[in-house]
Design a protein around this ligand. Structure first.
Ligand code: FE
Ligand code: FE
Ligand code: ZN
Length: 279
């Protein structure tokens, strides 16, 4: 039996969970991503249990794969500013509590930016915060996203992500989400040596901890440390190399999220393209 590609894109959460599932369905997506709160602000919308109940039914009908929530960009557990770290702690606690309304899903986050404190201090503070918010009872898996390494971002190398995971009290609750644009911009050549990059991921982190993919083309060269997403086939990675990622035997079955600069029709086109090229 041929397993189906699990792919979707980032969706607006403004109309709730059921609406996201139905929007996903309308573009032939069977996963999606959304911000758990305003990506640049602080407030989170209250959860409507009736919406969640209708969402669960919709997911059943659609055959939805794991969904990949995205934490707010304002969450920075390793800022040099104490109030920013405190907000990260409070927002992550609240986000993970709300994730439990949709049990067993994935919550992806940018590890953080150390803002001059140094990578080592950043790693310690990120792990410390995660250890305060992750409980052994939670059904959500927290994913650390691979970053491009721009500015003082932590997570631009597999080693840094592994170092965070090593410090986690309940490491079974923490996986990794690989963003193709970010790893490319960070200097991992997924165009010419995808197998080598995956071998390195496996050696440093362990491929079994890779739980989701962000599929984006990049406007920049490999190693540029920039992080500018492009539509599939309109960047320096190219459509062929991205098909090779999505269709890679070691990556099959992982939820793939498009974060390309598109509206829904553009996403529908990209999803159709990858489905056509999925063997
Ligand atoms: Fe992200
Ligand atoms: Fe991403
Ligand atoms: Zn990005």
């Amino acid at each position: 039996m041929q397993d189906e590609l699990i792919m979707g894109c980032h969706l607006s959460s403004s109309k709730g969970y059921e609406a996201m599932a139905r929007t996903a369905e309308s573009i032939k997506a069977n996963t999606f991503a959304f911000f758990t709160r305003n990506p640049r602000g602080g407030a989170a919308k209250a959860i409507d249990p009736e919406d969640i109940a209708r969402f669960e039914i919709a997911c059943e009908q659609i055959g939805m794969g794991p969904i990949v929530a995205h934490g707010s960009y304002t969450i920075n557990p390793c800022s040099a500013i104490e109030s920013v770290r405190e907000f990260a702690l409070q927002a992550l606690t609240d986000d993970l509590a709300r994730m439990e309304f949709t049990p067993g899903q994935l919550f992806n986050m940018h590890p953080g930016s150390h803002t001059g404190q140094g990578v080592e201090a950043g790693i310690e503070q990120i792990a410390e915060t995660l250890n305060q918010v992750i409980t052994p009872e939670q059904t959500t898996t927290v994913l650390l996203e691979t970053m491009s390494g721009k500015g003082s971002e932590v997570g631009g190398t597999f080693e840094q992500l592994a170092a965070i995971r090593e410090r986690i009290d309940h490491p079974e609750k923490v996986g990794v989400c690989l963003d193709t644009c970010h790893v490319w911009d960070a200097g991992y050549d997924i165009v010419n040596d995808l197998d080598g990059v995956l071998d390195e991921f496996d050696r440093v982190i362990g491929l079994e901890h890779l739980r989701a993919l962000h599929i984006n083309d990049s406007l920049n060269d490999c190693g540029a440390h920039k992080d500018r997403h492009a539509r599939i086939g309109e960047g320096k990675i190219g459509a062929d190399a991205l098909v090779a990622v999505v269709d890679h035997p070691r990556l099959r079955g992982l939820p793939c999220i498009l974060e390309t600069p598109n509206e829904l029709p553009g996403y529908a086109k990209e999803i159709a393209f990858f489905r056509k090229n999925y063997r």
